[in-house]
Ligand binder design. Structure first.
Ligand code: HEC
Ligand code: HEC
Length: 252
């Protein structure tokens, strides 16, 4: 209730902002949290990156090839990979994000049981591989086979939903820079995920963040890796084109 009253207040007081230049969520962190994020000795998310690096090099328990056996010199061979996800998998025609691609290698190429979304293993490997693209500009494809997914994501982003009847766009375009429950509303691009969130006390995926926003407006929370959130992720990545990958970020 308090949230909805606050929002109605915000939405009626403010004239709709013009779509201004899109910037990273880090821009809106408090100076102290920003410093902590940028200091690898104080940003706990680097622990997940280190675990991911170890896991990448380890043989699966039942034997077989390590990720590293096929992906030699990952700092070079996988640098930039994260900037191209989500992307359409040519063999299945499905939209895959980085988590989906890793799971595909795990199951089809390592012949191991799936890690599962939001497991420590998946978060560590995703954080590690995304960290190899730090500083490189997001450059997903939104045309060709990706276009229908991008359009679906855009429609989701612009649709009012939940008991509060708010779209993503109303907050992440219309109310950027405004305070909401101690947060400063950003453009919602998500270029720092997986990220360490103080509220979670751990690292979480972008889809976990999306579930939190869905809950915030009392709308349906879709599953981790659901087609709805994948399409939304592609739209966000398309909006973020040119912004650098910042994984692993810290957030409130
Ligand atoms: C048996 C060999 C093999 C193993 C083991 C393997 N992969 Fe792969 N991986 C591949 C091949 C082949 C591709 C497709 C390369 C391409 O698309 O050009 C690929 C693609 C990828 C990509 C996408 C790269 C890009 O530029 O889009 C990622 C990320 C990845 N693998 C991560 C992993 C991880 C993490 C593991 C361990 C859990 C792993 N792979 C295990 C062979 C392997
Ligand atoms: C009531 C306003 C509101 C709505 C509606 C909303 N969000 Fe958010 N969202 C927030 C707040 C507040 C945060 C935390 C501060 C920030 O980074 O913007 C946040 C964070 C995010 C982030 C993380 C940004 C980062 O860099 O850490 C993403 C991505 C995001 N939202 C996407 C969405 C999407 C997609 C939707 C629609 C399904 C949505 N949000 C709906 C308020 C909202």
């Amino acid at each position: 209730m308090r949230l909805s009253l606050l929002l109605i207040g915000l939405l009626t007081v403010l004239a709709p902002a013009q779509a201004d230049e899109i910037v990273s969520g880090s821009t809106f962190l408090s100076p102290e949290l920003h410093r902590q994020q940028d200091d690898p000795t104080r940003n706990p998310a680097w622990f997940w990156v280190d675990q991911g690096r170890d896991l990448f090099a380890a043989k699966p328990s039942g034997g077989g090839q390590a990720c590293l056996d096929c992906h030699a010199d990952p700092a070079t061979s996988l640098r930039g990979a994260a900037t191209h996800y989500p992307q359409v998998d040519p063999s299945s025609g499905k939209l895959l994000n980085l988590e989906g691609r890793i799971e595909q290698c795990r199951v089809e190429r390592q012949q191991q049981p799936a890690f599962g979304y939001e497991t420590a293993e998946m978060l560590s490997l995703t954080a590690y591989i995304a960290s190899l693209s730090r500083g490189l500009p997001m450059s997903v494809r939104t045309d060709g086979p990706a276009q229908p997914f991008f359009e679906a994501g855009k429609a989701f982003y612009e649709r009012r939903q939940g008991q509060l009847n708010l779209s993503c766009k109303q907050c992440h375009d219309g109310l950027v820079g405004q305070k909401l429950r101690g947060d400063t509303i950003s453009h919602g691009v998500g270029t720092g995920y997986p990220a360490y969130r103080l509220e979670w006390n751990t690292v979480g995926s972008l889809h976990r963040r999306l579930r939190a926003c869905s809950l915030g407006v009392r709308a349906t929370q879709f599953d981790y890796g659901s087609p709805e959130y994948l399409a939304l992720e592609l739209y966000l990545a398309g909006r973020a084109k040119g912004l650098p990958v910042e994984t692993p970020a810290m957030r409130r």
